[in-house]
Design a protein around this ligand. Structure first.
Ligand code: PLP
Length: 457
């Protein structure tokens, strides 16, 4: 996650693991669902990096498309120029106007996309003649990226801690939809959804009517708390409140979008459409750095009638090679029926996790949507107590499972000022993972979990 390493002898990449006294492993090759390490080990990539390698690694169709693009046009500046690859990718994403989304902006990372979405919401309201709308509401237990604006949105105390004094003001957070921990026992899904909608309304009124520009949420939560999946009706309740107070709904689908949940966009499950949506990661499967902001015509219209430009230019936006990778990946989605095929694997993975681990005394919840699933661990299933704060359980599980030949994505739990979150591990394998590979994955995960819980305490 952290890209700069200060080595004793020479400059190199500083990784999180160095700071914890662990030697980082080195990956030298990746093909299909597997990573190959310099020491000869073969690791099943059960998280596709960080939900990135949507079609697996090393697909020659993408590599050839990027090489061809690089040969004809490797870069241009976008102050007056566009390029056929970016235009075509835009048409592939929004030419059919999914949910009314009509325009796309291409950037390089999820953080840049979310940062651009914040700015777009602000510029929209300035140009609409409502300049008092300066506030953005997000949720606890959320992750939105690494830049100052995105850390300001993010609801993970450890990601905010060092930067709190320099984070954006005019931002606040409400509860996430986290039924395993926060839905009352006697409460229906519908009542829980309404309660969370009411909490958002209360927060909008606390900030002041006409002051809030946007509500920002991951449609299905990713890394922050392990696949927080909305209960039916949650986003409908949120959309109603947003509409009542003229607040834009911005859905961050950087991690959960692009087929990951079994539909191209995770909001398709919810019966709502965002005003602005961000995508990244699986959009081009990691073959190049690419993200996008998708925008409703109604938002574009306001800027078109006003200043005529979104004040948001970046050097590498609309990069032709990144766009070529995106086109190739989306074409493979189509030709290989990736999303439909993935739907077949979803039940296999979920059922295998339930069958093999559902009764484990420390497995509290298995949740998620599509090939985007998490296991939350608890010290006590009855009370849902988390493990002691100083026990790095998620990291231990991650490590033990890696030693068994499978890479998962782990998240640290514990109680925080924003509430309790359990230790969890997350699965987001390539969408075209095979049935055999899923079986291998679950066997190794079970063994890794048993290794950790067999350790003396
Ligand atoms: N939003 C979500 C939901 C994410 O999961 C991430 C990355 O993990 C980001 C935004 C930030 O994306 P990036 O790391 O590409 O800047």
């Amino acid at each position: 996650m952290s890209p700069v390493r200060i080595d004793d002898n020479q400059g190199s990449c500083l990784l999180y693991r160095d700071l914890h006294g662990q030697k980082p492993e080195t990956v030298v090759e990746a093909q299909g669902s597997y990573l190959y390490l310099d020491d000869g080990r073969k690791i099943l990539d059960a998280c596709a990096g960080a939900a990135v390698a949507s079609i697996g690694h090393g697909d020659q169709r993408v590599i050839q498309a990027v090489a061809a693009q690089m040969t004809t046009l490797s870069y241009h500046h976008t102050s007056r120029l566009t390029n056929p690859a970016a235009e075509r990718l835009g048409r592939m994403l929004v030419g059919h106007r999914p949910g009314g989304l009509s325009h796309a902006i291409f950037l390089s990372s999820g953080s840049e996309a979310n940062e651009s979405a914040i700015k777009l919401a602000r510029q929209y309201y300035v140009e609409l003649g409502e300049p008092d709308r300066v506030h953005i509401i997000s949720r606890n237990n959320s992750y939105h990226g690494n830049s100052i604006g995105c850390v300001s949105l993010t609801g993970i105390p450890s990601r905010r801690r060092h930067f709190e004094p320099i984070l954006m003001t005019h931002m606040s957070r409400v509860s996430p939809c986290y039924p395993y921990r926060y839905k009352h026992e006697e409460e229906s899904d519908e009542d829980y959804a309404e309660r969370l909608g009411a909490e958002l309304e209360e927060e909008i009124l606390r900030v002041g009517e006409g002051k809030v520009a946007a509500f920002f949420a991951e449609t299905v939560g990713g890394a922050a708390a392990g696949n927080l999946t909305p209960v039916p009706g949650y986003f409908k309740a949120i959309r109603r409140v947003c509409d009542k107070y003229g607040v834009l709904l911005i859905l961050d689908e950087i991690m959960c979008g692009m087929g990951r949940t079994g539909k191209m966009h995770a909001w398709e499950w919810e019966g709502v459409v965002p005003d602005i949506q961000t995508i990244g990661k699986g959009l081009n499967g990691g073959y190049q750095a690419l993200s996008a902001v998708l925008i409703q015509q109604s938002v574009v219209d306001v800027l078109a009638r006003g200043s005529g430009a979104f004040a948001n230019g970046q050097t590498f936006q609309c990069h032709p090679a990144a766009a070529a990778a995106g086109i190739a990946v989306l074409s493979i989605f189509e030709s290989d029926s990736v999303v439909a095929t993935c739907a077949k694997r979803v039940e296999q993975l979920r059922q295998a996790l339930i069958d093999q681990l559902g009764d484990h005394p420390n497995v509290g919840d298995i949740r998620g949507r599509g090939l985007f699933l998490s296991i939350e661990f608890v010290a006590d299933r009855k009370t849902k107590a988390t493990f002691p704060k100083d026990l790095p359980l998620a990291a231990m599980l991650d490590n033990a499972i890696f030693q068994r030949g499978v890479s998962v994505y782990s998240g640290f739990g514990k109680g925080t000022a924003d509430g309790v979150v359990g230790d969890h591990i997350l699965f987001s394998p390539p969408l075209n993972i095979s049935s055999q590979e899923i079986a291998e994955l679950v066997t190794a995960v079970k063994a890794g979990i048993e290794d950790v819980f067999a350790l003396p305490v």
